[in-house]
Design a protein around this ligand. Structure first.
Ligand SMILES: Nc1ncnc2c1ncn2[C@@H]1O[C@H](COP(=O)(O)OP(=O)(O)OP(=O)(O)O)[C@@H](O)[C@H]1O
Ligand SMILES: [Mg+2]
Length: 302
Protein backbone atom coordinates (compact mmCIF):
# COMPACT_ATOMS: atom_id res chain seq x y z
CA UNK A 1 0.00 0.00 0.00
CA UNK A 2 1.27 3.45 -0.81
CA UNK A 3 0.99 6.32 1.60
CA UNK A 4 -0.44 8.72 -0.93
CA UNK A 5 -1.99 10.85 1.77
CA UNK A 6 -2.70 14.53 1.66
CA UNK A 7 -0.37 17.03 3.14
CA UNK A 8 -1.86 18.69 6.20
CA UNK A 9 -0.79 22.10 4.87
CA UNK A 10 -3.17 21.79 1.91
CA UNK A 11 -6.18 21.84 4.21
CA UNK A 12 -8.81 24.48 3.69
CA UNK A 13 -9.60 26.83 6.60
CA UNK A 14 -11.90 25.46 9.28
CA UNK A 15 -15.55 26.36 8.70
CA UNK A 16 -17.31 28.12 11.58
CA UNK A 17 -20.07 26.85 13.86
CA UNK A 18 -19.18 23.19 13.72
CA UNK A 19 -19.28 21.26 16.98
CA UNK A 20 -16.60 18.60 17.17
CA UNK A 21 -15.59 18.59 20.81
CA UNK A 22 -17.49 16.36 23.19
CA UNK A 23 -19.14 18.57 25.82
CA UNK A 24 -17.22 18.42 29.08
CA UNK A 25 -18.37 15.52 31.19
CA UNK A 26 -20.16 13.77 28.31
CA UNK A 27 -19.25 10.24 27.30
CA UNK A 28 -19.19 8.22 30.52
CA UNK A 29 -19.67 4.64 29.42
CA UNK A 30 -20.47 2.05 32.06
CA UNK A 31 -20.70 -1.69 31.46
CA UNK A 32 -22.11 -3.34 34.54
CA UNK A 33 -21.79 -7.08 35.21
CA UNK A 34 -22.30 -8.04 31.56
CA UNK A 35 -23.14 -11.68 30.80
CA UNK A 36 -23.27 -12.83 27.18
CA UNK A 37 -23.52 -16.40 25.95
CA UNK A 38 -24.14 -17.02 22.24
CA UNK A 39 -26.90 -19.45 21.27
CA UNK A 40 -25.58 -22.96 20.73
CA UNK A 41 -22.45 -22.41 22.84
CA UNK A 42 -21.82 -23.72 26.32
CA UNK A 43 -19.16 -21.24 27.46
CA UNK A 44 -20.09 -17.61 28.11
CA UNK A 45 -18.32 -15.20 25.75
CA UNK A 46 -18.18 -12.67 28.59
CA UNK A 47 -19.20 -13.18 32.19
CA UNK A 48 -19.81 -10.59 34.92
CA UNK A 49 -17.69 -8.08 33.06
CA UNK A 50 -17.71 -4.57 34.48
CA UNK A 51 -15.86 -1.64 32.95
CA UNK A 52 -16.22 2.13 33.22
CA UNK A 53 -14.73 4.51 30.67
CA UNK A 54 -14.61 8.06 32.01
CA UNK A 55 -15.46 11.00 29.74
CA UNK A 56 -12.57 11.67 27.37
CA UNK A 57 -10.66 8.56 28.43
CA UNK A 58 -8.85 6.38 25.90
CA UNK A 59 -9.31 2.76 27.01
CA UNK A 60 -7.73 -0.10 25.06
CA UNK A 61 -8.80 -3.73 25.47
CA UNK A 62 -6.31 -6.48 24.63
CA UNK A 63 -6.43 -10.23 25.01
CA UNK A 64 -6.19 -13.53 23.20
CA UNK A 65 -8.28 -14.27 20.13
CA UNK A 66 -11.78 -15.31 21.13
CA UNK A 67 -11.57 -13.83 24.64
CA UNK A 68 -14.60 -11.61 24.11
CA UNK A 69 -13.18 -8.24 22.98
CA UNK A 70 -15.59 -7.78 20.06
CA UNK A 71 -18.47 -9.10 22.13
CA UNK A 72 -17.74 -6.47 24.75
CA UNK A 73 -17.59 -3.72 22.11
CA UNK A 74 -20.77 -4.87 20.39
CA UNK A 75 -22.61 -4.92 23.70
CA UNK A 76 -21.41 -1.36 24.35
CA UNK A 77 -22.59 -0.40 20.85
CA UNK A 78 -26.03 -1.85 21.58
CA UNK A 79 -25.68 -4.28 18.68
CA UNK A 80 -25.65 -7.30 20.99
CA UNK A 81 -28.08 -7.71 23.84
CA UNK A 82 -26.55 -9.28 26.96
CA UNK A 83 -28.55 -11.75 29.05
CA UNK A 84 -27.33 -10.12 32.23
CA UNK A 85 -26.06 -6.73 33.31
CA UNK A 86 -26.57 -3.34 31.71
CA UNK A 87 -24.84 -0.62 29.73
CA UNK A 88 -25.20 3.04 30.67
CA UNK A 89 -24.08 6.08 28.72
CA UNK A 90 -24.08 9.22 30.82
CA UNK A 91 -26.47 7.50 33.18
CA UNK A 92 -28.98 6.49 30.50
CA UNK A 93 -29.50 2.80 29.67
CA UNK A 94 -28.29 1.66 26.24
CA UNK A 95 -30.92 -0.55 24.60
CA UNK A 96 -29.73 -0.53 20.99
CA UNK A 97 -27.44 1.24 18.54
CA UNK A 98 -27.54 5.04 18.69
CA UNK A 99 -25.79 8.08 17.22
CA UNK A 100 -24.17 8.80 20.59
CA UNK A 101 -21.92 5.72 20.05
CA UNK A 102 -20.06 5.41 16.75
CA UNK A 103 -18.37 2.15 15.76
CA UNK A 104 -15.30 1.77 13.52
CA UNK A 105 -14.44 -1.77 12.41
CA UNK A 106 -11.41 -3.37 10.77
CA UNK A 107 -13.44 -3.48 7.56
CA UNK A 108 -14.26 0.17 6.82
CA UNK A 109 -17.76 -0.71 5.56
CA UNK A 110 -17.95 2.28 3.18
CA UNK A 111 -20.45 2.34 0.31
CA UNK A 112 -18.33 1.81 -2.82
CA UNK A 113 -20.75 3.68 -5.13
CA UNK A 114 -20.49 6.88 -3.05
CA UNK A 115 -17.59 9.31 -2.80
CA UNK A 116 -15.68 9.80 0.45
CA UNK A 117 -17.69 12.95 1.14
CA UNK A 118 -21.02 11.28 0.36
CA UNK A 119 -20.15 8.38 2.65
CA UNK A 120 -19.45 10.84 5.45
CA UNK A 121 -22.63 12.77 4.68
CA UNK A 122 -24.88 9.71 4.62
CA UNK A 123 -25.73 9.57 8.35
CA UNK A 124 -26.42 13.31 8.48
CA UNK A 125 -28.81 12.98 5.54
CA UNK A 126 -30.60 10.12 7.27
CA UNK A 127 -30.87 12.31 10.37
CA UNK A 128 -32.61 14.96 8.24
CA UNK A 129 -29.96 17.68 8.53
CA UNK A 130 -30.14 20.58 6.05
CA UNK A 131 -27.85 20.73 3.03
CA UNK A 132 -25.70 23.70 4.08
CA UNK A 133 -25.10 22.38 7.59
CA UNK A 134 -24.26 18.97 6.13
CA UNK A 135 -21.72 20.55 3.81
CA UNK A 136 -20.00 22.29 6.74
CA UNK A 137 -20.00 19.16 8.85
CA UNK A 138 -18.55 17.00 6.07
CA UNK A 139 -15.88 19.59 5.30
CA UNK A 140 -14.89 19.73 8.95
CA UNK A 141 -14.81 15.94 9.29
CA UNK A 142 -12.63 15.66 6.18
CA UNK A 143 -10.32 18.33 7.57
CA UNK A 144 -9.96 16.46 10.85
CA UNK A 145 -8.73 13.34 9.10
CA UNK A 146 -6.57 15.33 6.66
CA UNK A 147 -8.58 14.46 3.58
CA UNK A 148 -9.94 17.88 2.62
CA UNK A 149 -8.86 17.42 -0.98
CA UNK A 150 -10.23 13.88 -1.34
CA UNK A 151 -13.93 14.30 -0.57
CA UNK A 152 -14.85 13.73 -4.23
CA UNK A 153 -12.95 10.46 -4.61
CA UNK A 154 -14.67 7.11 -4.84
CA UNK A 155 -13.70 4.44 -2.32
CA UNK A 156 -11.60 2.47 -4.82
CA UNK A 157 -9.52 5.60 -5.47
CA UNK A 158 -8.42 5.75 -1.81
CA UNK A 159 -5.58 3.86 -0.09
CA UNK A 160 -6.38 1.52 2.81
CA UNK A 161 -5.32 4.16 5.34
CA UNK A 162 -7.42 6.81 3.63
CA UNK A 163 -10.47 4.51 3.65
CA UNK A 164 -10.10 3.99 7.39
CA UNK A 165 -9.81 7.74 7.82
CA UNK A 166 -13.05 8.20 5.88
CA UNK A 167 -14.65 5.59 8.16
CA UNK A 168 -13.42 7.54 11.20
CA UNK A 169 -14.68 10.81 9.69
CA UNK A 170 -18.07 9.20 9.02
CA UNK A 171 -18.24 8.35 12.74
CA UNK A 172 -17.00 11.72 13.95
CA UNK A 173 -19.39 13.70 11.78
CA UNK A 174 -22.32 12.50 13.90
CA UNK A 175 -20.54 14.02 16.93
CA UNK A 176 -20.91 10.93 19.12
CA UNK A 177 -19.89 10.97 22.77
CA UNK A 178 -18.11 7.65 22.43
CA UNK A 179 -16.02 6.08 19.67
CA UNK A 180 -15.93 2.27 19.70
CA UNK A 181 -13.09 0.89 17.58
CA UNK A 182 -12.60 -2.83 16.86
CA UNK A 183 -9.09 -3.42 15.45
CA UNK A 184 -9.56 -0.52 13.02
CA UNK A 185 -5.96 -0.58 11.79
CA UNK A 186 -5.32 -4.34 11.80
CA UNK A 187 -5.43 -4.67 8.01
CA UNK A 188 -2.99 -1.82 7.37
CA UNK A 189 0.75 -2.08 6.77
CA UNK A 190 3.04 -1.21 9.68
CA UNK A 191 4.04 2.25 8.46
CA UNK A 192 0.49 3.37 7.72
CA UNK A 193 -0.57 2.02 11.08
CA UNK A 194 2.11 4.07 12.83
CA UNK A 195 0.87 7.15 11.01
CA UNK A 196 -2.72 6.32 12.01
CA UNK A 197 -1.65 6.02 15.66
CA UNK A 198 -0.10 9.46 15.59
CA UNK A 199 -3.09 11.07 13.95
CA UNK A 200 -5.75 9.25 15.94
CA UNK A 201 -4.09 10.66 19.05
CA UNK A 202 -4.11 14.07 17.48
CA UNK A 203 -7.79 13.71 16.70
CA UNK A 204 -8.50 12.51 20.20
CA UNK A 205 -6.64 15.45 21.75
CA UNK A 206 -8.74 17.80 19.56
CA UNK A 207 -12.13 16.19 20.19
CA UNK A 208 -11.75 14.53 23.60
CA UNK A 209 -14.18 11.77 22.75
CA UNK A 210 -14.27 8.77 25.02
CA UNK A 211 -12.62 5.95 23.04
CA UNK A 212 -12.97 2.23 23.69
CA UNK A 213 -10.49 0.53 21.36
CA UNK A 214 -9.86 -3.19 20.81
CA UNK A 215 -6.56 -4.56 19.51
CA UNK A 216 -4.29 -7.62 19.48
CA UNK A 217 -1.23 -5.41 19.54
CA UNK A 218 0.48 -4.54 22.81
CA UNK A 219 2.52 -1.87 20.99
CA UNK A 220 -0.65 -0.25 19.66
CA UNK A 221 -2.22 -0.40 23.12
CA UNK A 222 0.73 1.29 24.85
CA UNK A 223 0.97 3.97 22.19
CA UNK A 224 -2.69 4.93 22.47
CA UNK A 225 -4.13 4.04 25.86
CA UNK A 226 -4.70 5.93 29.07
CA UNK A 227 -5.64 2.55 30.45
CA UNK A 228 -5.13 -0.96 29.12
CA UNK A 229 -7.62 -3.69 30.00
CA UNK A 230 -6.28 -7.22 29.65
CA UNK A 231 -9.08 -9.75 29.23
CA UNK A 232 -9.04 -13.26 30.59
CA UNK A 233 -10.50 -15.77 28.14
CA UNK A 234 -13.16 -18.49 28.44
CA UNK A 235 -15.19 -16.81 29.72
CA UNK A 236 -14.16 -13.26 28.98
CA UNK A 237 -13.59 -11.15 32.06
CA UNK A 238 -11.07 -8.56 33.19
CA UNK A 239 -7.73 -9.98 34.24
CA UNK A 240 -5.67 -6.82 34.74
CA UNK A 241 -5.89 -3.07 34.26
CA UNK A 242 -2.73 -1.11 33.53
CA UNK A 243 -2.64 2.71 33.61
CA UNK A 244 -0.35 4.30 31.02
CA UNK A 245 0.53 7.66 32.46
CA UNK A 246 2.50 9.14 29.56
CA UNK A 247 1.13 12.41 28.12
CA UNK A 248 -0.48 12.57 24.67
CA UNK A 249 0.47 12.93 21.90
CA UNK A 250 3.23 10.41 22.50
CA UNK A 251 6.66 10.07 21.07
CA UNK A 252 6.56 6.48 19.84
CA UNK A 253 10.32 6.23 19.72
CA UNK A 254 10.75 7.11 23.40
CA UNK A 255 12.51 4.81 25.81
CA UNK A 256 9.47 4.89 28.15
CA UNK A 257 7.18 3.49 25.44
CA UNK A 258 9.62 0.65 24.78
CA UNK A 259 9.91 -0.15 28.49
CA UNK A 260 6.15 -0.06 28.98
CA UNK A 261 5.59 -2.40 26.04
CA UNK A 262 7.93 -4.91 27.64
CA UNK A 263 6.22 -4.53 31.01
CA UNK A 264 2.69 -4.90 29.60
CA UNK A 265 3.80 -7.74 27.38
CA UNK A 266 5.23 -9.61 30.38
CA UNK A 267 2.01 -8.99 32.29
CA UNK A 268 -0.18 -10.47 29.56
CA UNK A 269 2.11 -13.29 28.51
CA UNK A 270 0.92 -15.44 31.40
CA UNK A 271 -2.64 -15.12 30.19
CA UNK A 272 -1.68 -15.79 26.60
CA UNK A 273 0.32 -18.84 27.59
CA UNK A 274 -2.56 -20.09 29.70
CA UNK A 275 -4.94 -19.67 26.77
CA UNK A 276 -2.52 -21.10 24.24
CA UNK A 277 -2.15 -24.19 26.38
CA UNK A 278 -5.92 -24.69 26.05
CA UNK A 279 -6.53 -23.55 22.51
CA UNK A 280 -5.61 -24.87 19.11
CA UNK A 281 -5.19 -21.37 17.66
CA UNK A 282 -1.90 -19.74 18.60
CA UNK A 283 -1.85 -16.07 19.51
CA UNK A 284 1.18 -14.05 20.45
CA UNK A 285 1.02 -10.38 21.49
CA UNK A 286 2.56 -8.00 18.97
CA UNK A 287 5.16 -5.42 19.93
CA UNK A 288 6.35 -2.30 18.11
CA UNK A 289 9.10 -4.49 16.66
CA UNK A 290 6.34 -6.36 14.83
CA UNK A 291 4.85 -3.08 13.69
CA UNK A 292 8.14 -1.58 12.51
CA UNK A 293 8.21 1.84 10.93
CA UNK A 294 8.81 5.32 12.25
CA UNK A 295 7.12 8.60 11.65
CA UNK A 296 10.07 10.02 9.74
CA UNK A 297 9.39 10.96 6.11
CA UNK A 298 5.83 9.68 6.14
CA UNK A 299 4.02 12.86 5.11
CA UNK A 300 0.63 13.94 6.36
CA UNK A 301 -2.65 12.12 6.89
CA UNK A 302 -3.56 9.43 9.36
N1 LIG B 1 -22.21 -14.95 16.64
C1 LIG B 1 -21.60 -15.83 17.42
N2 LIG B 1 -22.12 -17.06 17.60
C2 LIG B 1 -21.54 -17.95 18.42
N3 LIG B 1 -20.41 -17.72 19.10
C3 LIG B 1 -19.83 -16.52 18.95
C4 LIG B 1 -20.39 -15.52 18.09
N4 LIG B 1 -19.59 -14.42 18.16
C5 LIG B 1 -18.57 -14.72 18.99
N5 LIG B 1 -18.72 -15.98 19.47
C6 LIG B 1 -17.84 -16.64 20.43
O1 LIG B 1 -17.67 -15.81 21.56
C7 LIG B 1 -16.33 -15.79 22.00
C8 LIG B 1 -15.81 -14.37 21.99
O2 LIG B 1 -15.76 -13.92 20.64
P1 LIG B 1 -15.25 -12.47 20.26
O3 LIG B 1 -15.54 -12.30 18.81
O4 LIG B 1 -15.83 -11.49 21.19
O5 LIG B 1 -13.70 -12.61 20.52
P2 LIG B 1 -12.50 -11.59 20.23
O6 LIG B 1 -11.76 -11.42 21.51
O7 LIG B 1 -13.04 -10.37 19.57
O8 LIG B 1 -11.61 -12.41 19.21
P3 LIG B 1 -10.64 -11.91 18.03
O9 LIG B 1 -9.45 -11.31 18.72
O10 LIG B 1 -10.30 -13.14 17.30
O11 LIG B 1 -11.40 -10.91 17.20
C9 LIG B 1 -15.57 -16.74 21.09
O12 LIG B 1 -15.46 -17.97 21.72
C10 LIG B 1 -16.43 -16.83 19.87
O13 LIG B 1 -16.31 -18.08 19.25
MG1 LIG C 1 -12.77 -9.53 17.63
Amino acid sequence: MTIAEEDISTDTPRPPEVETKAPVGRGRLVLEKIDKTFPGTRMAAVRQLSLTCEPGEFVVVVGPSGCGKSTLLNVAAGMLKPEGGRVLLDGRPVNGPGPDRAVVFQDHGLFPWLTAGQNIEFGLKMAGMGKEQRRHRVQEALRMVHLSQSGGKLVHELSGGMRQRVAIARSLVMNPSVLLMDEPFAALDAQTRTLMHAQLQDLWVQTRKTILFVTHSVGEAVRLADRIIVLHAHPGRIRTEIAIELPHPRNFDSREIGELVHRVRREIEDEVNRVNAQMAEYWKPQTPDDMGGHLVDMGGGI
